[in-house]
Design a protein around this ligand. Sequence first.
Ligand SMILES: [Zn+2]
Length: 453
Amino acid sequence: MKKTKAIAILLIINIICLIMFSLNLNKVFAASQKIDNQISKIDEKKYPGIKNMIERLQKDHKNWKFKVLYTGLDWNTVIKEEAKHGRNLIGANQKNYSGNWLCKECEDNKKRYSGGNWVCVSTDAVEYMMDPRNSLYYEDVFQFLELSYDKSSTYDANIIKSILKNSFLDDGNLDKYITTIINRSKEKNVNPYYIAGKIIQEQGIKGGSTFKMKYIENDKITYYYNIFNINATGGTTSAIVSNALDWAKDKEWDTIEKCLIGGVDFIANGYITIGQDTMYFEKFDVIADTYYTHQYAQDVMYAQNQGEKLRRILEGINATEHAYTFVIPLYENMPRTACERPTSIRMNSNSANDSDNNSTNNNTNNNTENNTNGNASVNNNSMEVSYNLGDANNDGKINSGDLLLVKQYLLKVKKITDEKSLNAMDINKDKKINSGDLLLIKKHLLGTYKITK
Ligand SMILES: [Zn+2]
């Protein structure tokens, strides 16, 4: 009897120790993550390139504020976790995202994800998309927009109005909706500009199929609203609408107001209040406690695409230069330079790339040809698109304009994702664009070296 009692007590002590230990562990992890707004104090040796890129953005956009999150996470561990099969996907059969963008193992096994339309991406792709230095440009920075409510900022109802004007919410009650959005956002610690932008992102200006859904029971018609497309998933449009309707019905969102309130709560509770308060963090869960497992979407492009959509909405209403705050993640042991963009064909030997992102010349029936002379071309039946080594800006000449472009690219002043340009810039064909290529263009212009195909 005594013995069992003693064992029981020991067990209880053990359990208490275990609980305390795990609490402690969480605390240690959480404490190692630190938000800081002192950009000038970022250690260039530990986080190479970041400070310069942020300061350049600050210089060009005086109202913007920046913070960094010291994640305390080792870069290689992060990439290993995020590159697990199926964690990051990309739409199948996209020409621009093929080759080295894709996970070789899953490709070889013909493995598809998420209903068959998605494929697993490579470690290179994860690295490229996660490395903040590849997105610290005006074009891509909105994925870092702070989505929580900044108590030191004032949110202007007119900006929200300009975002939602002429939209499906502009039905005579827009001012009322805006008040609801602002009040609930403040209560729930969400950036109301983000909420307004997200409504347009999800529904478009006119309102999509889940904005208002009809439900009939015993001849009684009820309309339900699911403006944020919550639970709107499925393989077909009818499945998507039916799932979205189930959600809205369950929550009794039978007025727009109720849906707005519930939607703000959902967005706040799911991600923002637990620290995943940028689109980047919604996608790449490097936030303490959940680490890697709590992601809003599997699409590796999610943060970039959503950020770009929001930027375009803000551009459309001249609202990009307000006092926005951006939060940039910092990792330990990052590579010295930004991770490179994967090539869209598999690079094993000396093969060159096809041209992509070339909207003016891309037709259907593209066949990729790899020529051994380093000059790749795409057959469009009727026309041929090719790049010329050294002609970085694709204007048919090699001159100071190309030299400048390569320089800007290397200094990270300019982001170039056009494969045709990238191919043209790799003069010595070593699969890297660096000072060696810059030197060859310089020499070419000086006449001491000739760039040939
Ligand atoms: Zn895979």
